[in-house]
Design a protein around this ligand. Structure first.
Ligand SMILES: *Cc1c(COP(=O)(O)O)cnc(C)c1O
Length: 451
């Protein structure tokens, strides 16, 4: 056995992979990554792959980035971790200030955690308790959340409860709490023919629910602009802004989950910036550390924060906190990540490369199996179908062959069912973006001409 084979055997013996049917996984010989450099990943056999999924939507400035490496090492020379329970530390203070400065003005306070799911869990508990702290009698029934069908907010019980994935809800139905679901505002996936008609109809449905049941609804949680993990469902322009106005009108908190779309992904630093939206609570994660270490944050307004204040320890306190909250290493790398955004003018780079990606992918629309191309910034999906008219999905087995063929040609990419996702490292050059689409196109033609 060579080194890679030995690792495969141990991987199959000891590791349970996330979101993975291990019965299938262990039959293959999956790629084992050894190192990364810039936009590329390298496996234990010395093969090189363009990182077209940004290592699951997190990587910003490329792998093995000198400045980010230096920031970690510098912090390590001081201390790796001390607790935020009853004491504080330097990077967590500096990062909180930075986050408050760069996010919408309404957001004034930062609550740290370590995964996107936790940041959502915190948002839900915060919103729920907020109403109770203000007036336990008047808001006794404000216990439910308005959500979007096909929403994804993480995998803990609370975050699954506010998610809109039917299969998850079916498995865990006895554990999750009820939410109120709104249909997905994405034209291609809807039964509407015109975007305006869809927008008007969905908004009027939201308004009638809010008008009737606002005394039961604590908050409206959604992924702003693009619902990522369930298949890149892009919302029409103005949807987010209208939701904000309706939430204000009916006294319901607006919770924007920017775990996927935050930090430049959609072509602005935050998705809320596109429509000048001021959420009451914002969840951040994924790219917050440039894709280096796990960190998440839940930001909230002065008004919500104030509702948790009292002179007595046990009264109105927010009883939530994770052991590694505000860890120095993760906060220092997040600070350097943000610094590099500014120094490298990354947002404007993304706006340029986004045009290249969009243009190249749109050219594939003429292919008989490409049903839809949608996205913003550096977050695009190509929906593969059997037939353009019926929109019937291409078989998953065929989609998977396309993904494997991409790997053979040196591109790491992922599919969400029959949607191939293009969510590259944000610093990727125009040339690398073009290479990414070229490899996909080649794999598409190779796979489908064989059929
Ligand atoms: C990934 C994701 C989460 C969950 O984050 P984890 O770090 O995987 O727990 C939550 N919300 C959105 C929108 C996401 O894309």
């Amino acid at each position: 056995m060579n080194y890679t084979q030995e690792l495969h055997a141990k991987d199959a013996q000891y590791v349970w992979h996330p979101f993975t049917q291990m019965g299938v996984y262990t039959k293959d010989e999956p790629i084992i990554i050894e190192r990364g450099q810039g936009s590329y990943l390298y496996d234990t056999n010395g093969n090189k792959y363009l990182d077209g999924y940004a290592s699951l939507w997190v990587n910003v400035h490329g792998h093995n980035n000198k400045k980010l490496n230096k920031a970690i090492k510098k912090q390590l020379n001081h201390i790796a971790h001390s607790t935020l329970l009853g004491s504080s530390n330097i990077p967590s203070i500096e990062l909180a200030e930075k986050l408050v400065m760069m996010t919408p003005e309404r957001l004034q306070k930062v609550f740290y955690s370590d995964t996107g799911s936790a940041s959502v869990e915190i948002a839900i508990k915060m919103a729920y308790q907020y109403w109770k702290n203000i007036d336990r009698q008047q808001y006794a029934n404000k216990n439910k959340f308005l959500t979007l069908h096909n929403g994804y907010h993480g995998d803990t019980i609370g975050s699954v409860s506010v998610g809109g994935i039917d299969s998850f809800h079916k498995i865990f139905k006895d554990l999750i709490f009820e939410n109120i679901q709104i249909e997905t505002p994405c034209l291609y996936k809807s039964h509407y023919t015109h975007e305006q008609e869809m927008l008007d109809s969905i908004l009027s449905n939201i308004e009638s629910i809010l008008a009737e049941r606002n005394d039961e609804i604590a908050g409206f949680i959604l992924e702003p602009l693009i619902q990522g993990a369930t298949g890149l469902f892009v919302h029409p322009q103005g949807f987010l802004k209208s939701v904000e106005l309706l939430c204000r009108k009916y006294n319901v908190l607006l919770i924007c989950d920017e775990v996927a779309v935050g930090f430049g992904r959609t072509g602005e630093m935050f998705a809320c910036h596109h429509e000048d939206v001021q959420p009451d609570i914002m969840c951040l994660g994924k790219a917050i550390t440039g894709g280096y270490l796990p960190l998440a944050a839940t930001l909230t307004s002065q008004k919500i924060y104030d509702a948790f204040l009292s002179d007595c320890h046990g009264v109105n306190t927010f009883f939530h906190g994770h052991t590694y909250t505000g860890n120095q290493l993760v906060c220092s790398i997040a600070l350097e990540n943000i610094k590099l955004f500014e120094k490298d003018n990354l947002i404007s780079h993304i706006q340029t490369t986004s045009q290249t990606l969009k243009h190249r992918l749109n050219k594939l629309k003429s292919h008989k199996n490409v049903g839809d191309v949608r996205g913003r910034g550096l977050m695009f999906g190509v929906e593969l179908v059997k037939d353009k008219q019926s929109k019937e999905p291409l078989d998953i087995s065929t989609v998977e062959i396309i993904v494997y063929t991409c790997k053979d040609h040196g591109l790491m990419i992922r599919n969400l069912e029959n949607v191939i996702t293009f969510v590259p490292i944000l610093s990727m050059s125009k040339k690398e973006i073009k290479t990414m689409v070229k490899i996909f196109e080649k794999a598409l033609h190779q796979t489908l001409s064989k059929k």
